[in-house]
Design a protein around this ligand. Structure first.
Ligand SMILES: Cc1ncc(COP(=O)(O)O)c(C=O)c1O
Length: 384
């Protein structure tokens, strides 16, 4: 028997639910991927580079045109001027960016704070670095019913072993977002500490109701200690490409690249060249993304408004949480599986993102789907 380095790791819930959905021919609103294709113009650019010398190793840090396009976007949207050569690295999806940033910062014995429900790739990466993950639940309170950070608890949890905080807003699975004051509050808490920050901003372009995305790149104090990570998969309806990036100040980027070069060395070339051209030629794509997904959110919420599920419309991401406490007391993992088998709609139970099972009855539904899928799924959910 091998002595496992990740003895607690099983198959991720995303694979479990997608397999179950497939087995029962269910409408799969579980895993977070669009049911539609990227823009044909972007696909044509990839074909162009496949046929025209775009097939050999890219530079370790990413192709220059893509790093420049990323830097220009960060400057335009968040007012942060970043140097494409020393502060931008293209990585193998956000997952690799997160992994490399965690390996770059965490030493054996260090503590890393994550906020539950937390994306499932964080903790295994911390464990492999020899660190200990400290889970702080996001809270819902009477004065702020959206999931948000318990600032007092965070402040009290910091100690001399705390090396890193990992935050993810817009938040998967709840759709919660940060306000500008939240960045100031966080800055005050980490001031005078040696704590680094990873800001997982893969849903940076999917924020609704006219709100602005509060990137850590916007904030002078936070920026100095932050790895800001994003994913083209979410932005360009192409989760299968696994291309993302990490933007961080030079000293952090240096250490990040030392890990990145041994994890994957470089990222798929033709897709990098194509995204770079597309970002320059078609910036309207990511500018139109909030309206595009807001319409889908509104449609899904409208369709399920006649059901017994309770919900608050998501503020960002392409996920909607539905509260089923008026329907049953069953735990979320078994209810999600039962819905897949019995009514043919797959979702993700919230408890799998948490260290301690929360006292809520909630499921996450992905609305990055064609209208007919959303209509069929909602019609089934309304029958419950
Ligand atoms: C919060 C969050 N972080 C990271 C990722 C991983 O992104 P990528 O597919 O680019 O590796 C996802 C994907 O679902 C996500 O939801």
């Amino acid at each position: 028997m091998m002595n496992s380095k990740l003895p607690e790791t099983g198959t991720t819930i995303f694979a479990v639910m997608s397999n179950l959905a497939h087995e029962h021919n269910a409408i799969n609103l579980s895993q977070g991927f669009p049911s539609f294709n990227p823009d044909q113009a972007l696909l044509d650019l990839i074909t162009h580079y496949l046929n025209n010398d775009g097939n050999q190793y890219a530079p370790m840090v990413g192709v220059p045109s893509l790093r420049k396009a990323i830097a220009d976007k960060v400057s335009m949207l968040y007012g942060r001027s970043v140097d494409p050569d020393t502060e931008v690295t293209v990585c193998d999806g956000a997952t690799e960016g997160l992994f490399s940033a965690i390996q770059a910062t965490v030493h054996p014995g260090d503590e890393v704070i994550v906020f539950d429900p937390a994306f499932d790739s964080y903790e295994p990466a911390v464990t492999l670095a020899g660190g200990k993950t400290v889970h702080i639940p996001l809270i819902e309170t009477a004065d702020n019913p959206d999931y948000h950070i318990d600032w007092d608890r965070l402040e009290n949890s910091l100690n001399e072993r705390t090396r890193l905080l990992i935050l993810n807003f817009p938040h998967n699975p709840s759709g919660a977002i940060l306000e500008a004051e939240d960045l100031d509050r966080l800055a005050a808490i980490v001031r005078d500490t040696n704590v680094y920050l990873i800001s997982d901003e893969v849903y940076e372009h999917i924020v609704f109701d006219g709100a602005d995305h509060q990137s850590f790149a916007r904030h002078d104090e936070l920026w100095e200690r932050s790895f800001v990570i994003s994913s083209f998969g979410k932005t360009y309806h192409a989760t299968g490409w696994k291309v993302g990036y990490c933007v961080a100040p030079p000293a952090l980027t240096d250490e990040f690249r030392k890990i990145h070069q041994w994890v994957c060395y470089a990222v798929v070339s033709p897709i990098q060249y194509a995204i770079a051209d597309y970002m320059v030629k078609t910036p309207e794509h990511y500018k139109a993304l909030p309206a595009f997904y807001e319409e889908k959110r509104d449609r899904f919420c409208d369709l399920v408004s006649g059901s017994r599920f309770k919900f608050r419309p998501s503020k960002g991401t392409f996920f909607q949480i539905l509260d089923y406490s008026d329907i049953t007391d069953e735990d979320d993992a078994s209810y999600a599986k039962r819905l897949t088998r019995e009514i043919g709609v797959a979702s993700i139970p919230i408890s799998v993102f948490c260290e301690k099972i929360p006292n809520v009855r909630e499921l996450r539904f992905c609305f990055a789907k064609d209208d007919n899928m959303l209509e069929k799924a909602a019609e089934r959910l309304c029958r419950l």
